[in-house]
Design a protein around this ligand. Structure first.
Ligand code: NAD
Length: 338
């Protein structure tokens, strides 16, 4: 029988994870949890995803909006082999007792604290550690992007120290209340930003310092990366290594892609759903090595790079595939890779 997957929280991340799960031959999306009958609830119904009410007092609102409910989130959780919690930061922690009460293993997202869970997860970094765990956190968009980059560098060359400045988008396109709208904010002002310690939840021994800035942009994050390696490869060898990875896209020299706007246009032109870019986008020309210091720029699509990781985390927790099989299946069904 296929894995029965529930997605609780059908917003930016949840609706993408639901679509990805629905593509998997070894999984069945049994439903999505919603708090209110908005356009995303309508979309779930249009996609044929059973809709479950997260808040019992609001069931009438769904009836009034003409949206048929399949039941409550509690019933959905009871029926599921695993639940993907994609609720806003902090709400996942509130939901933990519900999942425990039904003995349903749960995946949480990067907005939750690392100490909420047994294991923080990145498919390329530590797939096997999630097997059999009850509570697993798929790390944030930025930590996912850094883990995918640092894993092969560590394996191939050894990492003496990574230093990364993260230029972060102020909010997602639909988050009209976020900012800044006319500023460049060191965020946080004090060092380090939370991203370095978060990378250490995947690679505990890796030396990394991170600094963060927030800027008036919504499309993607951009990382300015310096990694001091334990050996001295040339830039072409590093490019080749990064090109071999299945969730990194080396933006070809001469492609005319100068930033996040052009990357999103590129994704739209290639028919990507929601113009999503699941891969780290590394500018090939930026890959440079000075002695043992590697430098590069990469862009990360915050709304979508964690989606394949959630799919892999399902298989990792339930032990139904190893890392290589799962990543290949997820990549194949989602058509990851440009
Ligand atoms: P979102 O606000 O777009 O979506 C969350 C959804 O959950 C909304 O539809 C909301 O109505 C619903 N919800 C709220 N309370 C609920 C409850 N009690 N039960 C069921 N549903 C409930 O948020 P998001 O951007 O998808 O973020 C979700 C998680 O993913 C957060 O932990 C966030 O930090 C993380 N994350 C977000 C991004 C990003 O860029 N958006 C990237 C990586 C990780």
């Amino acid at each position: 029988m296929s894995i029965q997957v529930a997605v609780n929280g059908y917003g930016t991340i949840g609706k993408r994870v639901a679509d990805a799960v629905a593509l998997q031959p070894d999984m069945e999306l049994i439903g999505v949890g919603k708090t209110r009958p908005n356009h995303e609830a309508e979309l779930a119904i249009e996609n044929g995803y059973p809709l479950y009410a997260a808040i019992e007092d609001r069931i009438d609102l769904f009836d009034e909006a003409g949206l048929e409910l399949a039941g409550t989130v509690e019933e959905m959780v009871e029926a599921a082999d695993i639940v993907v919690d994609a609720c806003p930061s902090g709400i996942g922690a509130d939901n933990k007792s519900l999942y425990e009460a039904h003995d349903t293993p749960a995946l949480y997202q990067g907005g939750e604290d690392a100490d909420l869970v047994d294991v923080s997860f990145n498919a390329r970094g530590n797939f096997d550690e999630a097997t059999g765990a009850d509570h697993v956190r798929v790390v944030s968009c930025n930590t996912t992007g850094l883990s995918r980059l640092l894993a092969p560098l560590q394996e191939e060359y050894g990492v003496e120290k990574a230093r990364v400045t993260l230029v972060r988008r102020g909010g997602d396109p639909a988050q009209t209340g976020r900012g800044p709208i006319n500023d460049i904010l060191p965020n946080p002002v004090s060092l380090p930003s939370h991203h370095g310690p978060d990378v250490n939840t995947i690679f505990p021994d890796l030396a990394i310092d991170t600094l963060g800035l927030k800027v008036p942009a919504t499309l993607m994050h951009t990382h300015s990366v310096n990694v001091t390696l334990e050996s001295t490869p040339d830039a072409d060898a590093v490019r080749e290594l990064l090109d071999e990875q299945t969730r990194t896209f080396l933006i070809p020299e001469g492609a005319g892609i100068d930033g996040a706007g052009a990357l999103k246009e590129f994704a739209m032109d290639r028919g990507r759903p929601r113009a999503d870019i699941w891969e780290n986008c590394i500018w090939s020309e930026s890959v440079s090595v000075e002695g043992s210091d590697l430098y590069l720029f990469q862009a990360i699509h915050q709304e979508s790079d964690v989606v394949p990781e959630n799919v892999d985390a399902i298989r990792a927790v339930l032990g139904t595939a190893d890392a290589a099989e799962s990543i290949e299946r997820t990549n194949g069904t989602m058509e990851i890779g440009f």
